[in-house]
Design a binder for this molecule. Structure first.
Ligand SMILES: C[S@@+](CC[C@H](N)C(=O)[O-])C[C@H]1O[C@@H](n2cnc3c(N)ncnc32)[C@H](O)[C@@H]1O
Length: 148
């Protein structure tokens, strides 16, 4: 069986650039390719830890924008235009926090990189992943300014 090379070139590149994870390059590409966000946007970052997407989103939206980031785990890196809640996406307290932070405003983008703790049991992992994707969709339907 092939072994998973965790310290691949993106891992090393992220380390060299002081980024929290190699996932930063994924979101950077999506922002460029799909013009995901622009200066001044409000963005939800679901499954944000350790912060690879968060720091890139924060940079892309600039000082007038706002990233609301959520994760069970803490962020390793943040930015002044980021507000973070360490909590479960399914929790009522998380929903209340979002309502308080947004105070009636909608967001321009919802980004989710949430992934469950994998068990190796395929049907269980698929179920857990699906549950997170459905939650992200529910949040997007509720909070997005424009749903295509
Ligand atoms: C692939 S990692 C995210 C990487 C991150 N986007 C980055 O760029 O550094 C997936 C994350 O989903 C989070 N997660 C899984 N289930 C969650 C839940 N129920 N509520 C909030 N976050 C969750 C995990 O804690 C984990 O940090």
């Amino acid at each position: 069986m092939a072994t998973y090379e965790r310290k691949d070139r993106f891992y090393r590149k992220a380390k060299e650039q002081g980024l929290p994870s190699r996932a930063s390059f994924k979101i950077e590409e999506m922002i460029q390719k799909h013009r995901l966000v622009k200066a001044g946007d409000r963005v939800l970052d679901l499954g944000a830890a350790p912060g690879g997407w968060t720091v890139i989103l924060a940079k892309a939206i600039g000082p007038k924008g706002l990233v609301l980031a959520i994760d069970l785990a803490p962020l390793a890196k943040s930015a002044p235009n980021v507000r973070f809640r360490q909590d479960d996406i399914h929790g009522e307290a998380t929903a209340l926090w979002l309502e308080e932070e947004l105070a009636g405003k909608k967001v321009h983008a919802v980004c989710s990189d949430m992934s469950p703790k994998l068990t190796g049991i395929a049907f269980k992992d698929a179920y857990l992943s699906d549950e997170l994707a459905v939650k992200a969709l529910e949040i997007a339907r509720h909070w997005l300014q424009a749903v295509l």
